[in-house]
Design a protein around this ligand. Structure first.
Ligand SMILES: Nc1ncnc2c1ncn2[C@@H]1O[C@H](COP(=O)(O)OP(=O)(O)OP(=O)(O)O)[C@@H](O)[C@H]1O
Ligand SMILES: [Mg+2]
Length: 505
């Protein structure tokens, strides 16, 4: 233990020395200062900056209770121990209730050294926990902001669209210069609004810094942050196979993701249990990947967070990644969503295994070798060049996400919530360069919309989003040369790739 600063509130020099002798006897290295009035006490808190306060109960003109109250006004965690000869049982309980850490009787000082050690250790743990909580609150606040920005930007875009069109139409009134000027103004405002929408979108996507993450450093930080939060009834084990391993990623993001998973695990074990975090390197073959995932074989880092808690029922498992889905009274329901985003940012995968009563296991897979020379030299070209893409999807949230995503990648997306709307759009604005179409629509089905599009003269490429277990019935359709079917749920990468392929075709 490093040298600690001990502030004694005591009017009796001899008593003060006796207390310090206990610390000497236990080999605790310290620097001590003694005060016995309010002014010096407050001054010493500031200048001496003690690690711990040892206080007598009463002295002429000042009292331990006053000292305690003064301390607690500025520091909730600093240990404060009453050392007194007169403390009765009731007074002791009262002292503890008012924020004292412990109390020791002068007649029986043997307990003092161990009480000091324990108080300091507990204060350290409390501080670590506070840091962890502050960090989590900060990132979750960021997360909700990013989601809000994502949602708002779509609404704003819809709102600005007519402004741009109106501005353009006013340009037609060439014989009235005032109208032309007004038109230019309106269009200008609309454009600037759109720019703002775009910067909101890039914020929502999260500006991310890639760096070399060292596994050992990542887990030391996690250990430090977690140690104070793990209740006594929960045992935590860390099994890091290769602390020296380093890989490309983002330290802060991964730390946040692991904190979220660990806190979830702890919250699932109110009556105690085991939290185990382990890492391993593993090679994933094509058979590991789900149909909607991009099967990228290779070496991965697996990070597993395993708890022996209450586990999840199927209906919770199904919804746990939904924004704001929570089963907790004070949960935000953003923890797992943010984990998902972070793992996606690392081009990684996530797997969950959980059942009621059996505990829960989250496995994160972070690719270790995909950033080989191949990537920087031939970065995959996924950006659009302002191609006009008509997106026809009935479900509003899905539609908004797709349109935003395409916009963010440099396409001009036009969102239609039904086949009929799509046909009207074409009538008003002409044929788009590409159509992305949901196969499962209720009013005018994807396939019938397709037929109508072809009738209107569309012969470009079509990307159909379909459920793998309910493939669209394409019988009786006029032959479409460039039809691409993607399984739902759609991933960004898959859609962007298919888009490039379709536009190339
Ligand atoms: N390890 C786990 N064991 C049991 N249930 C879990 C576990 N992890 C997540 N869940 C379930 O998934 C839900 C969503 O988790 P998520 O972390 O997204 O939000 P939350 O924990 O409820 O809220 P917050 O993270 O803001 O505290 C939880 O409410 C819980 O029902
Ligand atoms: Mg959570």
């Amino acid at each position: 233990m490093p040298t600690i600063r001990v502030l004694q509130v005591e009017d009796n020099q001899r008593d003060a020395e006796r207390v310090l002798a206990e610390l000497d006897g236990d080999g605790i290295a310290y620097e001590a200062r003694r005060v016995d009035d309010e002014m010096r006490f407050v001054g010493a808190l500031r200048e001496f900056d003690p690690h711990i306060v040892l206080s007598d109960l009463s002295m002429p003109g000042f009292s331990g209770r006053q000292a305690l109250d003064l301390l607690r006004q500025q520091d909730e965690d600093l240990p404060f121990i009453f050392v007194s000869s007169t403390l009765g049982e009731e007074a002791a309980i009262d002292a503890l209730r008012n924020g004292a850490t412990d109390y020791i009787l002068k007649e029986n000082p043997a307990r003092l050294a161990s009480a000091v050690r324990r108080a300091l250790a507990e204060a350290e743990a409390r501080k670590a926990r506070r840091r962890a909580e502050t960090e989590l609150v900060r990132v979750q606040r960021f997360e909700s902001l990013a989601m809000l920005a994502g949602g708002l930007s779509h609404d704003l875009r819809n709102l600005l669209q007519p402004l741009l069109l109106a501005g353009d139409s006013l340009q037609d009134y060439q014989d009235d210069p005032r109208l032309v000027r007004l038109g230019a103004l309106v269009r200008d405002c609309g454009k600037r609004g759109l720019d703002m929408v775009h910067s909101m979108l890039s914020f929502a996507r999260g500006a991310r810094r890639a760096e070399q993450v060292r596994l050992g450093v990542l887990f030391n930080a996690l250990d430090l942050l977690m140690r104070g939060s793990v209740p006594h009834a929960v045992s935590m084990e860390l099994a890091i196979d290769d602390p020296q391993l380093s890989f490309e990623g983002n330290h802060t993001e991964l730390q946040q993701c692991l904190l979220n998973l660990c806190l979830n695990a702890i919250q699932a074990m109110p009556d105690g249990g085991r939290l185990r975090i382990e890492t391993a390197q593993t090679r994933l073959g094509t058979d590991f990947f789900l149909s909607r995932e991009d099967p990228r074989e290779g070496l991965y880092l697996r990070i597993s967070v395993i708890d022996t808690g209450k586990g999840m029922a199927p209906e919770v498992l199904e919804r746990m990644f939904e924004p704001f889905f929570t089963t907790k009274a004070d949960g935000t329901g953003l923890g797992l969503l943010s984990c998902q985003r972070i793992v996606d940012n690392h081009d990684g995968l996530m797997r969950v295994d959980s059942a009621p009563g059996r505990g829960t296991r989250f496995d994160l897979y972070i690719p270790l070798e995909q950033q080989d020379a191949a990537k920087p030299e031939h970065p995959e070209h996924l950006e659009g060049a302002a191609e006009r893409v008509l997106v026809v999807v009935e479900e509003a949230a899905q539609l908004s996400l797709l349109a935003n995503m395409l916009d963010a990648y440099g396409y001009q997306a036009y969102a239609c919530q039904s086949g009929t709307a799509a046909l009207q759009w074409i009538e008003a604005c002409g044929l788009p360069e590409l159509v992305v179409l949901d196969a499962d629509m209720n009013l005018l089905t994807g396939v019938r919309t397709l037929a109508a599009l072809v009738e209107q003269g569309y012969n470009g490429a079509v990307i159909l989003l379909a459920h793998p277990d309910a493939p669209p019935d394409l019988q009786g359709l006029p032959l479409l040369e460039h039809l691409f079917v993607i399984d739902k749920p759609v991933t960004t990468r898959m859609l962007l790739r298919t888009l490039r392929k379709a536009l190339g075709a």
